[in-house]
Ligand binder design. Structure first.
Ligand SMILES: [Cu+2]
Length: 163
């Protein structure tokens, strides 16, 4: 049995006044996310169109001006996108999560990271995964017949050695 210790997960909920990333993402525009609100029918025009970590052209994660990484996740149709997300240990990651259809939950099991995800709203929270390993995310708001299949995971990777 594998015991995962992630004692140091920090989550802070930041209500919908989040400035969006711009520089360094390769996105020419920010897309219509305004004060934590987004049109669920127009996610294609937002960073949610590419769920996952925001990376530069070389595929490297990009720190935003608050010193965190950004990741976009979408809940809907009984899935989370992306189905798995690689993040570095020890680096704060701001998760931006929205829903396409109905209310969902977003809970990182075994931690206090737990938010309600509503269509039209963006929940933004900053989490630092302290230790390499896997952390599972479940939907904890009953959303329909496929609710029990709604899961994703963070694959927390040890930081690379800097030369
Ligand atoms: Cu659900």
């Amino acid at each position: 049995m594998t015991v995962l210790l992630f004692a140091g997960v920090i989550a802070s909920l930041i209500s919908g006044t989040y400035p969006l990333l711009g520089a360094g993402t390769g996105h020419a525009h920010e897309g219509p996310i305004v004060k934590g609100r987004v049109d669920p029918a127009r996610l294609a025009a937002t960073p949610f169109a590419k769920p996952g970590l925001v990376v530069d052209r070389a595929g490297q994660p990009v720190l935003n001006d608050r010193g965190t990484l950004d990741a976009y996740l979408v809940a809907g149709g009984f899935t989370f996108q992306p189905a798995a997300l690689r993040v570095p240990a020890g680096v704060p990651v701001t998760l931006h999560v929205t829903a396409t259809d109905v209310v969902h939950g977003f809970q990182v099991t075994g931690t206090n990271v737990n938010v309600e995800i509503l269509p039209g709203h963006v929940a933004s929270l900053t989490v630092t995964f302290r230790h390499p390993g896997e952390q599972h995310v479940i939907c904890n708001e009953y959303c329909g017949a496929g609710h029990h299949n709604m899961i994703t995971r963070f694959i927390v990777e040890a930081p690379r050695e800097t030369p």
